[in-house]
Design a protein around this ligand. Structure first.
Ligand code: C2E
Ligand code: CA
Ligand code: CA
Length: 803
């Protein structure tokens, strides 16, 4: 039999009501029958006692006189009662003397009393003593049938069975009714649930029929469904949003599961990969990576897997047609609420266009188009880097400065194209004499530099210098003429002579002049007697200290102008030194020294505070609009100051300038030293609410991958690019490329050093956002700035503002 728990509710109800009614009946019947039995027996005993007493009394005389007939007659009176089965009278010798036997009974009285006593029967019976006076003269025995009682019992039993049967029917009926009340709503609930699960339709509701506890249950159930439906629909909405977003996303999105299987990619991801096939495995995907980018890509990916570090990298992918696509990829680990790893989520964007703009820009910005050698910018860059690495590795490096002897004469007599051929040939020969790691640059018309890295002694450098002189001594054939050209070479060593880039340049230059003085076509090593710069340096340091104490520094402000409507968008603060004897000293002279000695920290703090105070009050007085910004130059030392963010916050608070009105200018070289740290510092700076501009952009050699990651707002195109517009096609191409690239990165572009109408038109044509330069205004004192702003405002209002 199935256990009760697994039975249907309906059966359970039937069984329970059957058991209940059966037990009730059994108990009540047992009680009734016991009582009945007890009462019947009591009645019978009573009746027998009365009869026995009467007959025994009457039998006394008959026994005394042995009148057996009389005894007989006496016993016959028992006939009146059908239930009496027999009556027996024994004399004093316990011998049977008279008896009565009912018609239904066939048992007779035994002859002797003893026999009677040993008989076994279930009937009711009693013995009576027959006395004369106190003498025992005989015994009367009466026996009453039990059959009556049994019959009554049977009737009772029959009756009970009928009641039981009726109650079974009733129980089944009741259970049916009950299951209507209880089980049906339950079944209804479970059917509703099944329906919902089958159709995934959470708008279905259970029907409420009663207002009892089950009704409450239905209400609760429906309430729960409501919540589920709401959550489900918000889940669906967010899923739909995610789906739409990924479908519309201009970036390729991919998801990798915890087992490193590529699980999902969006359409844009396929477009970038030029594939519509099934999603490749991660292993297959790595096969698409350009061999040159494979190791860094794998390293980055391993870093993500092992350290759960977010990664950002640039790499090339091979497309089906064999071409490459440059992509920028970001990826990070995805965890659930309990921190359990779900997989990895990433985004890729096609940066091919951006990359080619960058490569073009870099080529233009860093290489000499005539000779293909590094130009002055790239050379300075490499020099800075090399000096740093020399200081780290405690090796040595030589800087050679070469100037062609009589180049001007050749150029003038044989013409520019002959000069160009000569320069190209010299470049080729120079390149051929040095090792691959060394940098040959053309830094001016007929000026070249060579960086010899990793040299151990001056003798090594001497060998190279001699080789150069020797290789150039061979005649060059130009326009049918054999031309012999010579060079003068100045050499300086780092770290022996100096570790400052500008000083090194000056040293090499001085040594080169010494070589010229000594008759050209030779090389000279720099020696201390060639200049007094160290003493100058020390004197300047002392003077700066005094200048700080005597408050000889002042600020000037140079307006920045919108190139769309010529409105003033802000000012850049520039420092001036009002020297009591030497007059105004420009920052180029003292900032590098202050930077080296650390005095820049004090000067910089002062500049920041004064700029915010003075420009803040102009903004408060509505002389400058609320959207205007004050741009403050920040040196590398200041940028490395761990208290920088706190200082900025403090200045903003005391000067009460809105933080969005402050912009900090950082140069590329400041940021490129240690990119990860720089990003962190910049992010910290940005929490103060100020914005960040990259100053002198284009002179450094920053990778696009980093620029993309820098939290910056503005790019300032270095004025060396603007200077030669419109003469220098190169610089124009670079400027246009920088503007386009910056806009692709959603950065604003400010052009520095705008001096002419031509430059302005070119910049406007190329959608440069803002300009700064003498064309608009020279740097102005606070009073002058005030007047300038009022004057331009008047001009603007009369609609005839023209530059
Ligand atoms: P910068 O940040 O590139 O500043 C712009 C420089 O270009 C200024 O020179 C400015 O007078 C000059 N300039 C502006 N318009 C024109 C123009 O149309 N043509 C030409 N040829 N030049 C123009 P300045 O004031 O001599 O500053 C030189 C550099 O000194 C600045 O270059 C900046 O790097 C640094 N500097 C200036 N003030 C501070 C300062 O407060 N703190 C720090 N750390 N550096 C400063
Ligand atoms: Ca600046
Ligand atoms: Ca600048």
């Amino acid at each position: 039999m199935q256990s009760l728990q697994t039975q249907s509710l309906r059966r359970k109800l039937v069984i329970i009501s059957l058991i209940t009614s059966g037990l009730t009946l059994l108990l009540s019947n047992t009680a009734f029958m016991s009582l009945e039995y007890y009462l019947s027996r009591h009645d019978t005993q009573e009746k027998l006692s009365v009869l026995g007493e009467v007959i025994a009394k009457r039998a006394t005389t008959a026994l005394t006189f042995s009148d057996y007939d009389l005894l007989h007659t006496n016993l016959k009176t028992l006939k009146a009662d059908h239930s009496i089965l027999r009556g027996c009278i024994y004399d004093e010798n316990q011998q049977l003397v008279a008896q009565y036997q009912s018609v239904q009974s066939n048992i007779t009285c035994p002859k002797r009393l003893l026999q009677l006593q040993s008989e076994q029967n279930n009937n009711f019976s009693q013995y009576f003593v027959i006395r004369l006076e106190s003498e025992h003269i005989g015994t009367l025995y009466l026996e009453n049938s039990r059959q009556d009682l049994l019959n009554r019992f049977n009737q009772f039993l029959l009756f009970s069975i009928i009641i039981l049967a009726v109650s079974v029917v009733l129980a089944v009926f009741l259970a049916n009714q009950l299951q209507d009340v209880v089980a049906r709503p339950m079944r209804e609930l479970s059917n509703t649930l099944k329906n919902i699960m089958r159709n995934k339709d959470y708008s279905i509701r259970a029907v409420k029929e009663n207002n009892d506890e089950l009704g409450d249950l239905v209400d609760l159930f429906n309430g729960l469904l409501g919540t589920v439906e709401e959550e489900n629909s918000s889940l669906k909405t967010s899923e739909e949003r995610f789906r739409k977003l990924t479908a519309l996303s201009p970036v390729g999105i991919f998801q990798v599961d915890a087992k490193q299987q590529l699980q999902y990619v969006n359409q844009r991801w396929r477009d970038i990969h030029g594939t519509d096939d099934k999603t490749p495995s991660l292993h297959e995907w790595f096969k698409l990576v350009h061999p040159a980018d494979l190791v860094p890509a794998q390293n980055a990916w391993n870093r993500l897997i092992s350290k759960q570090e977010s990664i950002a990298l640039e790499l090339r992918l091979t497309r089906r047609n064999g071409e490459y696509t440059w992509i920028h990829m970001l990826a990070g680990a995805l965890h659930d609420r309990d921190g359990e790893l779900l997989g990895y989520l990433g985004a890729i964007s096609d940066i091919s266009e951006l990359k080619s703009a960058q490569i073009k820009m870099e080529n233009l910005a860093f290489y000499d188009p005539l000779t293909g050698l590094a130009n002055r910018r790239l050379f300075k860059n490499r020099l800075e880097k090399s000096v740093k690495s020399v200081m780290r590795s405690s090796s040595s490096m030589a800087l050679m400065f070469l100037d062609m002897d009589q180049f001007k004469r050749i150029n003038d007599t044989l013409g520019h194209d002959a000069g160009d051929i000569l320069l190209k040939e010299v470049s080729t020969r120079l390149n051929a004499t040095v090792r691959e790691n060394d940098t040959v640059s053309r830094i001016g018309g007929d000026e070249f530099t060579i960086l010899l890295t990793d040299v151990h002694q001056m003798a090594d450098v001497r060998v190279v210098a001699e080789k150069i002189l020797h290789s150039l001594a061979k005649p060059i054939r130009i326009k049918g003429q054999d031309i012999v050209t010579t060079v003068s070479i100045g050499i300086t060593m780092t770290p022996e002579d100096s570790t400052d880039v500008n000083t090194l340049m000056k040293n090499a230059d001085l040594a080169m002049y010494r070589a010229k003085e000594l008759g050209r076509n030779n090389f000279q090593f720099y020696s201390e007697d060639m200049n007094h710069s160290i003493l100058e340096h020390l004197a300047l340091e002392k003077e700066i200290k005094e200048a700080i104490q005597r408050e000889q520094f002042t600020l000037v402000f140079q307006p920045k102008v919108s190139l769309f409507d010529y409105s003033i968008t802000g000012v850049e603060t520039l420092i001036r030194w009002e020297h009591p004897d030497k007059g105004i000293i420009t920052p180029d002279r003292f900032i590098p020294v202050a930077e080296e000695t650390g005095q820049i920290l004090d000067i910089g703090s002062w500049v920041l505070e004064q700029s915010c105070r003075q420009v803040g009050s102009l903004i408060r007085d509505n002389v400058l609009p609320r959207s205007a910004k004050v741009a403050v130059n920040l040196s590398a030392k200041q940028f490395a100051d761990p208290d920088l963010a706190a200082k900025i916050r403090n200045v903003i608070e005391i000067s009460q300038i809105p933080p969005e009105c402050v912009e900090l200018e950082l140069t590329e070289s400041t940021l490129m030293d240690d990119v990860e740290t720089a990003i962190q510092i910049m992010q910290e700076i940005k929490t103060t609410g100020v914005s960040i501009a990259i100053d002198d952009f284009g002179t450094g050699y920053s990778s696009l991958a980093y620029i993309k990651r820098f939290p910056i707002d503005v790019l300032k195109v270095d004025r060396s690019f603007v200077r030669d517009i419109p003469e220098d096609q190169n610089d124009m191409a670079i400027t246009a490329a920088v503007i386009a690239m910056a806009h692709k990165l959603s950065l604003e572009v400010v052009a520095e050093g705008v001096e002419t109408q031509e430059q302005l038109h070119f910049l406007r044509r190329n959608n440069c956002d803002e300009g700064q330069g003498y064309l608009f205004s020279r740097p102005l004192s606070l009073g002058q700035l005030h007047q300038f702003l009022q004057a331009t405002e008047r001009q603007r209002q009369s609609h005839n503002y023209q530059i």
